[in-house]
Design a protein around this ligand. Structure first.
Ligand code: AMP
Ligand code: MG
Length: 391
C-alpha cells in the first residue's frame, strides 16, 4: 500500500502529451491553449470616446462652444475642431482631431443659441487612447491556459479566429458488476442502477476530456477482458469502476494485466478509495476505481482530473479556500489519510455533510468541497482553519 501523495506522483509522472490541433475560437471554450494568441491590431484601434458627451479642448471647457457635428460610434469624424468648437460624440466613437477630452452629457447644458456650456472644469479625459489596451503584435493570451469566455472575447477582438489547442484526451468509461442496470431501467431484486458511468462521463467532460461509454462489463472475466482491450486500443485513458476490491469477483487487476497493462499500484492509504488501481499500457493509462460512488467520484477528482489537465499542458491548481470549522469533527480511525466531504455554510464556516460512508450517494450533492485529514490526525477542532478543495 502506498501513500496518496506517492500515488498522485506516479499518476502525474505517467502523463503524456496529447498533441495539439487547430479549432475555431468559437469551439475553444474549456480547451487548453497550445500556442499564444497575438493581436493583429491596436486596441482600441483609434482614440475612442468612453462616454456620451462633447469632444473639446481642455483649455476651452469653461467657454460656450459651437457644436460642429455629431459623431456616432462606427462613423469617422468629418471635421476637426477649430477655435471654440466641439463635437457631440457617442460612446465608442472616434474622437475628432483637435479634441483632448470628452465632457459627459450629464455635465452639459444646451443654450438657446444652439451652443453648449459645461459645468466644470473637469480633468478626466474620458478617452481610451489608441493601443492603450493592446498593442498590435503583442501576445494577448499565453500558452497553456484553460480557455474561458473572457478569453474568447480577446480572441474575437484580435482577429484570432483559429486557435491552436491541445487535443482532448479520449477517456473510456467501463462499469463492472453483475448487480448493475442502466439508469433508465428499474432495478429489481438485488440490483442497483449504474450511477458511476454517468458521473464519470460528467467529470470527464468537466475536466475537458472527451468521454466514451463502453457499457457494463458484468462480472464476467472474458467479457470484461474484451471490453477493456478494445477500450485500451481506442483511448488515452481508461477508467473502469468496480471489481477492484478483495471479493471473489474482483478480477479487474488480473484482467488489466492480461490486457498488457503494467500495474503501478493497486492499494492507496486513503479513505475513501483504498483499492484504487493504476497501470500503464504503451499508449494508454488505466485506472481501476472502487465501485462505491463516493470513492469513484473522489478518486477521479484527486487523480484523474489533474492527469487530464497535465496531458493537455495545463498546470492546474485546485482552488483551495481556507475557512474555519463550524464544530469539531472527530474520526475513529486515523491510520489512513481521509478526504471529508464538507459544506460551506452561509456564514463562512465549514461543516462536514452527513456521510455514512463511500456508498452514501446523496452526501455529495450537499458538499461544496472536500477537506484532507492527514494520516494520524483524528480531530479537526472547532474554529480551526481548514483548506476546502472545491468539487
Ligand atoms: P466493488 O468495487 O465492485 O466491490 O463495488 C463496491 C460497491 O459499489 C458495491 O456495493 C457495488 O454494488 C457498488 N457499485 C459498483 N459499481 C457501481 C456503479 N457503476 N454504480 C453504482 N454503484 C456501483
Ligand atoms: Mg463488484
Amino acid at each position: 500500500m502506498i501513500t496518496f501523495e506517492k500515488a498522485y506522483e506516479i499518476v502525474m509522472n505517467s502523463a503524456f502529451s496529447t498533441g495539439s490541433e487547430k479549432v475555431s475560437f468559437m469551439n475553444s471554450l474549456g480547451r487548453v491553449l497550445a500556442g499564444s494568441v497575438v493581436s493583429d491590431i491596436d486596441m482600441p484601434p483609434f482614440n475612442k470616446a468612453s462616454v456620451d458627451g462633447f469632444a473639446c479642448r481642455k483649455s476651452e471647457q469653461e467657454f460656450e462652444l459651437e457644436i460642429i457635428e455629431t459623431i456616432s460610434a462606427g462613423r469617422t469624424p468629418e471635421k476637426s475642431l477649430g477655435l471654440l468648437q466641439c463635437s457631440r460624440i457617442m460612446t465608442g466613437a472616434a474622437v475628432p482631431s483637435g479634441a483632448e477630452c470628452v465632457i459627459m452629457v450629464e455635465n452639459s447644458e444646451l443654450l438657446p443659441n444652439g451652443k453648449v456650456r459645461f459645468r466644470g472644469p473637469f480633468t478626466k479625459e474620458n478617452i481610451a487612447f489608441k493601443g492603450e489596451d493592446i498593442k498590435r503584435g503583442a501576445e494577448v493570451l499565453n500558452t497553456s491556459r484553460l480557455i474561458r469566455p473572457q478569453d474568447i472575447a480577446v480572441m474575437a477582438s484580435t482577429g484570432s479566429v483559429t486557435v491552436e489547442v491541445s487535443r482532448r484526451p479520449k477517456l473510456a468509461v467501463i462499469s463492472s458488476g453483475d448487480e448493475l442496470v442502466e439508469p433508465h431501467e428499474y432495478p429489481v431484486g438485488s440490483r442497483i442502477r449504474n450511477s458511476n458511468a454517468g458521473q464519470i462521463l460528467a467529470q470527464t467532460e468537466r475536466a475537458g476530456a472527451s468521454g466514451t461509454y463502453y457499457g457494463i462489463a458484468g462480472d464476467d472475466e472474458d467479457l470484461t477482458f474484451g471490453i477493456v482491450a478494445k477500450a485500451i486500443s481506442e483511448n488515452d485513458i481508461v477508467v473502469i469502476t468496480g471489481g477492484v476490491s478483495m471479493g471473489d469477483f474482483d478480477f479487474v487487476p488480473s484482467v488489466l494485466e492480461r490486457a498488457g497493462v503494467k500495474i503501478l499500484f493497486s492499494r492507496v492509504a486513503v479513505q475513501p478509495g483504498k483499492p484504487t488501481t493504476f497501470g500503464v499500457h504503451p499508449d494508454t493509462l488505466v485506472f481501476g476505481l472502487p465501485g462505491n460512488p463516493v470513492s469513484s467520484f473522489t478518486k477521479f477528482e484527486l487523480l484523474v482530473r489533474p492527469l487530464i489537465y497535465k496531458m493537455m499542458g495545463f498546470n492546474w491548481e485546485p482552488l483551495n479556500i481556507r475557512l474555519p470549522m463550524k464544530e469539531s469533527f472527530m474520526r475513529r480511525f486515523a491510520e489512513r489519510m481521509a478526504w471529508i466531504p464538507v459544506r460551506i455554510t452561509g456564514d463562512g464556516f465549514v461543516e462536514p455533510v452527513e456521510y455514512h460512508g463511500s456508498a452514501h450517494i446523496s452526501a455529495l450533492p450537499d458538499a461544496d468541497g472536500i477537506v484532507a485529514m492527514p494520516a494520524g490526525l483524528k480531530i479537526l477542532e472547532k474554529g480551526e482553519l481548514v483548506s476546502v478543495r472545491q468539487i
